[in-house]
Design a protein around this ligand. Structure first.
Ligand code: F1P
Length: 348
């Protein structure tokens, strides 16, 4: 049967709440073993590494480990690990280096773990959606999420599924019972948000005047802002950028105009600063979509329950962020299932 344009990607975006439910269900009993493994090794630092979406995921996962478990952690691009180890790996001590990869086959991620292992620079671990891969062979331990495997080139549910794994792990390590409960109710929240806001996303994404996208997010949201930027580029072949929220004021705002859509991952405690940034950008003609602004949110806002941790807020809105790129692609008459120049796995 002929496949509809964009069908694969759309299905995987929409499948996310169900996928998260099965990951949460399966890990409930098993998370302890990953947490025990980590606690036994008590790494001074964790270095998370990957390519593309998996690199952005590494940034978000490092923020989760630091924020929820107080575990020193950083996210770095995999190529930097073996090409510039002296400026990438911790100066002292033996880190735990976690390779993150949907396929387990991206060359740089495999090479990064192999480098660390070969030179005995630290312990290695892998998180992947595929059980047998070159990456898992380079890892002292492997965590696997077959539920999040994908057919599409563009990463959507594998991204959120792997980030959910790290959020659950960080919350377990940090004994953050309230956040673990929040994460357990994320699938329902995401379903509600998609049902309530997809049409708003369609309206914004299909607007003929939008040509540029600027994603803003600070702290735990920075990796997610980068991932939003990439989803627009890959699916819709559109100009798209991402910044730490207040950084956009220091130069990048020069490109903002009436053809720009600003997508803002809001941090409630920083809203008094962030609101000013958005007001300024609106003054240059930009449309603004806020993700999680309170009552003061403007015309386009995805409202989130008050009091949620930033980790739950970020994951809950990711399907809508991915849908923005998807619908912009469809509105331009492109096929999000066939991103220009891209393949599922990039091998050197
Ligand atoms: C990572 C990645 C994707 C990108 C493209 C090529 O793959 O760079 O982020 O969208 O499809 O692969 P992986 O290492 O997570 O399998």
């Amino acid at each position: 049967m002929a496949q509809l344009v964009g069908e694969k990607t759309r299905k995987e975006i929409m499948d996310q709440p169900v996928t998260w439910r099965s990951i949460i269900g399966r890990l409930e009993g098993d998370l302890g073993s990953a947490a025990d493994w980590l606690q036994k090794r008590a790494p001074e630092t964790i270095v998370l590494t990957g390519c593309g979406s998996s690199y952005y995921l590494s940034l978000a996962a490092a923020a989760a480990l630091r924020g929820m478990a107080g575990q020193p952690a950083q996210g770095v691009p995999a190529s930097e690990v073996f090409l510039h180890p002296e400026t990438t790996l911790p100066v002292t001590g033996r880190p735990l280096v976690i390779g993150v990869s949907r396929s387990g086959e991206s060359s740089e991620t495999v090479m990064a773990l192999s480098y660390v292992r070969g030179k005995r620079l630290g312990t290695t671990a892998a998180l992947s959606c595929h059980p047998e891969s070159s990456l898992t062979h380079e890892a002292d331990t492997a965590w696997l999420l077959p539920e999040a495997q994908e057919e599409s080139v563009v990463m959507t549910k594998s991204f959120s599924g792997m980030l959910l794994f790290f959020d659950l792990l960080a919350a377990a390590l940090g004994r953050q019972k309230a956040i673990l409960d929040e994460l357990a109710s994320l699938p329902l929240l995401a379903e509600q948000l998609i049902a309530r806001y997809e049409q708003m996303v369609v309206a914004l994404a299909s607007g003929r005047t939008i040509k540029r996208f600027v994603f803003l997010g600070s702290g735990p949201f920075y990796g997610l802002a980068l991932e939003g930027m990439l989803k627009v580029k890959e699916q819709a072949i559109a100009w798209s950028e991402a910044y730490h929220f207040l950084e956009v004021r220091h130069g990048p705002k020069s490109i903002v105009d009436e053809e720009t859509l600003v997508v803002a991952f809001v941090s409630p405690h920083a809203w008094r600063f962030e609101a000013g940034v958005l007001e300024e950008l609106q003054g240059y003609g930009a449309k603004v979509l806020t993700l999680g602004a309170d009552d003061e949110g403007g015309e386009w806002n995805v409202a989130l329950p008050r009091g949620l941790s930033p980790f739950s807020r970020g994951l809950a809105v990711m399907p809508l962020v991915q849908l923005l790129g998807y619908h912009h692609s469809m509105a331009k008459g492109l096929n999000p299932d066939m991103p220009q120049h891209l393949t599922q796995v990039v091998k050197l």
